[in-house]
Design a protein around this ligand. Structure first.
Ligand code: SAH
Length: 542
């Protein structure tokens, strides 16, 4: 009779969550080796197997004993809670075998039987906190130097992983969890949701939902797993939920969020994605299309369908209710006004208050402050900002008006035209972000000639520049296309140009590229103004 090692992960601890194979493995073994608390947990699944139970710290002895017994011809089950390959006995048994020069071909047979690890069992009791990229970190510095554990916590915290902390605390090890909290707070908000699950699926199961700041006020022990949410994890009805992705961004001129499944992985919707879905083929291959349609159904749609089957209702699914309450990142641009470049103290304080600790405030090259605020109520944000007299604008592929300060309002004759343009065109959707520069005198010190459409007021009339290219080696100003346009006409002329570009421009095509491609816009003809520069080689020849 040849021996065998069966390394069994028995899951969280109740019989419903242990696999069939694990149960069989226990039954077919002659001998069970494990930590005594674990042996007690699975006692009900044993018949007449010999049991060797040892203390917690005697893992190496257990592994050595198991190998010895198997080599003598016994079928030996070594048990671990959860999964034996996650801070369990599997690696240790292999280490003992390796030390003995074991090989797969000639050595004793070994089978690892997977189990449900604490990260999964505990997550299931908390809601769906894991969902996205996650990691496990054991806070036990018994076999791992604390300096390394610290590094891992920091790396995971900074990369926004959901984190499951195993072995968070024991009678002797109490400082580690406090240190972990301190590091996490450097990267995550104090109100990041945290779940504490003690003895999942065992008699003394206890579940606490708390946050990063307050987590230490609750009981944490040897049998607890601590799950720390990522920056988008939210609480709903005492459940911790981590969304599947980070696409919950919306801006001023969009009313409905989040993205519908068919919009995902389209370049304009998820610009950060590495590979973008190809545009749907025009070819009519019906069967293939059908398969593709099926593949396109997202897990959310499946979940919604399942729910509607259970409730018999098609209207608002729970997911829609959840997402309605869910915080999304609201993006918008604010400025003191079209002409004014001066913020009042109240405006600045309001911006700071709205951004709070979680939002961000960025100063852009377009004389705007770009705000990113996590909120479930964007209307409240816009109301407060408007009340203090700020000019709000959407961000993204929209039209932005950039006027000068008209020498602090002294050269005010052309201001009404700038305001009318802003009124008619500010914030409209464009093929690509488009800037109109509007300057109130021939100095053009706010550099209207460097914008997609440049308008300069001079001697009571307007000069017009089109198609500046501000990036790349062939950067150049806009080409002057007209001088002396009368004030009554300027707004219509510019609107005509914008409309044509909106209508005929390809998605993501800059105004310069569009003008160059179509050769004529608003009746103005494109001329190549690309500078012909000969670039001298550097003296050292490279
Ligand atoms: N092999 C096990 C982990 C062993 S390390 C697994 O895969 O789950 C021991 C740690 O696991 C404990 O400190 C606790 O953090 C976690 N743990 C194991 N079983 C658990 C349970 N039923 N409930 C909560 N946490 C558990």
């Amino acid at each position: 009779m040849s021996g065998k090692l069966l390394i069994v992960g028995f899951g969280p601890g109740n019989f419903e969550h242990i696999t069939e194979r694990a149960k069989e493995a226990l039954q077919e073994s002659d001998m069970i080796i494990g930590y005594k608390t674990y042996v007690e947990l699975i006692q009900g699944l044993l018949s007449n197997q010999q049991v060797i139970s040892t203390g917690m710290t005697e893992e190496v002895t257990r592994a050595q004993e198991a190998v010895k017994q198997a080599e003598q011809g016994k079928k030996v089950a070594v048990i671990s809670s959860g999964d034996a390959g996650v801070y369990g006995m599997a690696g240790l048994v292999y280490e003992v075998l390796v030390e003995k020069g074991w090989s797969r071909k000639d050595g004793v047979e070994i089978e690892i039987i997977p189990g449900i690890s604490a990260i999964n069992s505990c997550a299931s009791l908390l809601g769906a906190p894991v969902m996205h990229d996650a990691c496990t970190i054991s806070l036990s510095d018994h076999l791992t130097p604390w300096t390394l554990i610290e590094k891992r916590i920091e790396a995971a915290a900074s990369a926004d992983f959901v984190i499951a902390l195993y072995n968070p605390k024991s009678g002797r090890r109490t400082r580690q969890i406090a240190e972990a909290q301190r590091i996490l707070l450097q990267y995550r908000s104090p109100d990041t949701p945290v779940g504490l699950v003690k003895s999942a699926y065992r008699d003394r199961q206890n579940i606490v939902i708390t946050n990063l700041k307050e987590m230490l006020e609750h009981e944490i022990g040897m049998l607890t797993t601590v799950i720390i949410g990522n920056s988008s994890t939210f609480l709903y009805d005492d459940l911790m939920i981590t969304p599947r992705g980070y696409q919950r961004k919306y801006t001023l001129n969009e009313t409905k969020q989040p993205l519908k499944p068919h919009q995902r992985l389209k370049k304009e919707a998820e610009p950060w994605a590495l590979s973008q879905e190809e545009a749907a083929p025009a070819v009519e291959e019906k069967e293939e299309e059908k398969v593709k349609e099926v593949e396109k159904i997202s897990s959310r749609e499946i979940a919604e369908k399942a729910l509607s089957l259970v409730t018999g209702k098609e209207e608002q699914t729970t997911f829609e209710k959840v997402t309605a309450k869910m915080e999304s990142i609201f993006e918008l641009a604010v400025s003191p006004g079209l002409v004014s470049k001066k913020f009042t103290p109240v405006q600045l304080t309001t911006i700071a208050e709205i951004a709070g600790e979680k939002g961000s405030i960025e100063y852009t090259p377009d004389h705007q402050i770009r705000l990113e605020v996590p909120t479930a109520e964007p209307e409240k944000v816009t109301k407060r900002l408007s009340e203090v007299g700020l000019l709000l604008a959407p961000v993204g592929d929209v039209l932005t008006m950039k006027a000068c300060d008209f020498c602090d309002g002294e050269k005010k004759d052309s201001i009404p035209y700038a305001e009318e343009l802003q009124e008619r065109l500010g914030g409209v959707n464009m093929p690509k972000v488009t800037k109109i520069g509007f300057n109130g005198c021939g100095m053009a010190c706010y550099r209207a000639v460097q914008d997609d459409i440049g308008i300069v007021y001079r001697k009571g009339k307007f000069d017009l520049f089109l198609g500046a290219k501000t990036v790349g080696r062939s950067a150049h100003s806009g080409q002057p296309v007209a001088e002396g346009i009368s004030p009554e006409k300027i707004v219509d002329v510019v609107e005509g140009i914008v409309d044509e570009y909106r209508e005929k421009g390809h998605p993501n095509e800059s105004f310069f590229k569009f003008f160059k491609r179509v050769k004529e816009v608003g009746g103005f003809v494109y001329q190549d103004v690309t500078p012909k520069i000969k670039i001298e080689p550097t003296p050292c020849g490279d």
